[in-house]
Structures are given as C-alpha cells and as structure tokens.
Design a protein. Structure first.
Length: 269
C-alpha cells in the first residue's frame, strides 16, 4: 500500500528536525514528493541535502506558520511548483512549562499561534487542493489535547483547539472525499522538550524527566505513516498516551492525581 504515496505531494510543517524530519524521510521512502516547511533555514538545507542524497524529490520552504499571508504564499508556491497536495501534516509546535499565574499572556499566545493558528492557516490554504486529490489533513496533537497537563495551560489550549478544529473539519470535508487524522502523541524524543519556553518566554534550554515511554522520532513516523495508509481517523501514539486516554475517560480524578505526581516540579519553578 506504500505505492499509494508514490509521486504524491506531502507537505510537512516543522520539518527541519525531530518528528517532522523523520516524517519527511518516511514518506520519501514511499516515493512521495516532499514539501518541507520550517523557519529554520539551516535545518531545512540539511534536510534537503539528505533527501536529495536518497534520491527523493523535494523542495524546502522557509515559512513562519503564524504569519497567515506567508503561509498562503508558501502553500500557493508549493502547489505551483509541485502540484496538488495529497497529505498535509501540521507538525509545527512549541510548548511551555510554567504555572498559569507565572506565565505571560504573550507566551500563551505564542504557543497557541504556532500549534493552533498555524494549523488553521496551513489547512485553510491547502484544503481546496487536498479535496481535489481526496487527500488527508493530519494534526500532530498530544496527550494535552484530550487531558490536563499541569504547567502547560497554553499548550493544552492549543492542542485541545487543534483537536476540536480538525474533528469538526472532518465532518465538513468527508463527503467531498478528503480525510482528517488526529495523532495524540505521548513523549517523542524531539527538540520540543529542549525548546520549551519558561513563563517569561525565554527558552528553557534543557529537557525535563518524562513519565512513561519515550519514542524515537523514526518509530513515531512509522506509526503515523501506517495509520495514514490505513486511513485512520485517530492515532493514540505510545503506551503512555493510550493509558492516559483510557484512564482520563474512565476516572479523570485518578488521572489527575497520577499526572500531578509526575509533574509536581512545576509548582517549584
């Protein structure tokens, strides 16, 4: 079934590192044409070099997904250069680790702008093209997209918003033949943890100890690829994500107690 992706245009945001990079490699392996979007010019150049060395058709696009006009121009450029879009993977994101009372509103806004409005802008610009190909819109969400996560109010708002947006979009585009998939991931070993923001907006620049399993980006990319092949509506990615999903739906108070035991450090920041 991987042949279904041969020569299809796959657009991936946050492509220069981590999960985005791994997704570029996995879809390239299936013969897809990769359109990689990121703000990181140096990282994109390294990605393009690696993709080209593997014989993959690719192009890179420097774009800030929080800039609607830039997103519109970028998506238009991708379609003009590479053709209509078959899969859009909204992967770009940033988080913070800080109690709400100690977090500047500007930090919350930045987190929401990237993860939620970045998804909305990219999807809005690409949706007509995706409907033409009967393609798929994907959102990389998180456990914080369906359950509380202390110290990440802005991140939880962004990912809950992404889930609501994409689940509702599915009901509108399904009859036109387009598909929507949400990925609720637990911990993936990416730069997101290192690039977390403090409450004042400065980079945290160090990783926190995580609870449960930590997936490699390549493992996560493989699972996501297979879920797209199977036309899944939702992927709960990782054992921690699945356990959290089950427990929060059945016993939210117990879930909160366990979650707080792993995140008690946020009250000491």
């Amino acid at each position: 079934m991987a042949e279904d992706f041969k020569d299809k245009v796959i657009v991936i945001t946050g492509a220069a590192s981590g999960l985005g990079y791994a997704l570029c490699m996995r879809f390239a392996q299936a013969g897809s044409r990769i359109a990689a979007i990121d703000k990181d010019e140096k990282g994109l150049a390294a990605l393009a070099e690696e993709l080209t060395s593997r014989g993959a058709v690719n192009d890179i696009f420097i774009c800030d997904v929080t800039d609607e006009a830039m997103v519109n121009d970028t998506i238009r450029d991708i379609i003009n250069k590479m053709g209509d879009i078959y899969v859009l993977i909204n992967n770009a994101g940033v988080s913070h680790i800080s109690l709400f009372q100690k977090t500047r509103v500007s930090v919350l806004k930045k987190v929401i702008d990237i993860s939620l409005f970045g998804t909305i802008y990219c999807t809005k610009a690409a949706i007509d093209s995706i409907i033409k190909t009967h393609g798929t819109v994907i959102g990389i969400a998180s456990v914080a997209g369906y359950a509380p996560l202390a110290g990440r109010t802005g991140y939880a708002a962004a990912k809950h918003g992404m889930a609501g947006f994409l689940n509702t979009l599915r009901t509108e585009v399904d009859r036109a033949g387009a598909k929507v998939m949400l990925v609720f991931a637990s911990y993936i070993k990416t730069n997101l943890a290192r690039n977390n923001l403090n409450g004042d907006g400065t980079p945290m620049d160090h990783e926190r100890i995580t609870s449960g399993d930590v997936m490699l980006p390549e493992e996560a990319a493989e699972s996501i690829f297979n879920a797209v092949v199977q036309e899944e509506r939702q992927l709960i990615l990782g054992e921690t994500a699945q356990a959290s999903w089950d427990l929060f739906r059945s016993d939210p108070q117990t879930y909160e107690q366990i979650m707080l035991s792993f995140n008690d450090y946020v009250f000491e920041e």
